[in-house]
Design a protein. Sequence first.
Length: 381
Amino acid sequence: MKYLDEYRDPALARRLLDELHRTATRPWQIMEVCGGQTHTLVRQGIDELLPAGMRMIHGPGCPVCVTPLETLDRAMAVAARPGVILTSFGDMLRVPGSRTDLLALRARGADVRVVYTPMDAVKLAEEHPDREVVFLAVGFETTAPANAMAVLHASRLGLRNFSMLVSHVLVPPAMTALLESPECEVQAFLAAGHVCAVMGWTEYEPIVARYHVPVVVTGFEPLDLLEGILMAARQLEDGRAGIENQYVRAVRRQGNGEAQSAVARVFQVTDRAWRGIGDLPRSGLELRPEFAAFDAARRYDVDGLHSAEHPECIAGGILTGARLPTDCTAYGTRCTPRHPLGAPMVSAEGTCAAFHAAGRVATAATPSTPSTPSTAEGASS
């Protein structure tokens, strides 16, 4: 991949770390709100190389992890129906619902297929006019444009056998909810570069102004993250709060106007439940009324389905940064990537999976310290 090596240069990384150690004089708390960034931080050990007292708080940045349990159960209820082809990205298949997961359901005969884009699902609907094709549409603002284009394309084709089970979530309301917690210790944010590539950063400007919290738009490679942390630390040390863009090679203030227009044409803002966290007002997207024919929840009457969370999983605390995976009594034993209790151990962007892949273990000698409270402490994922 072009430019990959230069963003992983160990000599440059050491220079950035040295500068960070010279800059930081206080134990600052910085939250990254992207699961991809979490994996880089943990895999490369960056979070363990920071100045004494400085901590990275791992936020709710994994779209698979925050997809509510009832959405998975609704997807399985739809997939179990005769004549339905349920399509999804691969990492959704092993996320546990209240009783089973989509992979196990497929093993029992349900037609559950992995696709790489929502357009693949539209193509399946074209190729199988005698079948109902449903796409499980999850994610942050990053995946919303492609899902919007799939609905628009299906509409132009006049497909009546294609629909979406939508569970889109939005980043700014989650940041606001965290900051409004009376025990929140987050002092700065690293914003997800891919979300900002679509939406820009104007949505964060009111948050910065209201809560006086620095936001640095950051990429995903080790040097991106080290520079982003350094930029946030400099703001904190200077007593400033603004938005800075580390990810200049991909992000502009206004974002991608065409992508935003497609999303606005197909979706509207709605309240959304976040797995392990609870309901957040105006934190998600749903299909507009003019596209209701493509709403799988309405088509299959599964909107009213509600589910109980696993009592042992602490993903609510993990997703909000209040807990670490190593705080969980099931971590690495009863909950592993092969046999997960919750979504953060399944997803390629989940914090638990990142810790497990990096060999992080829970030890009585090094207990972790909560950093910011969950809005539903003890809620499971």
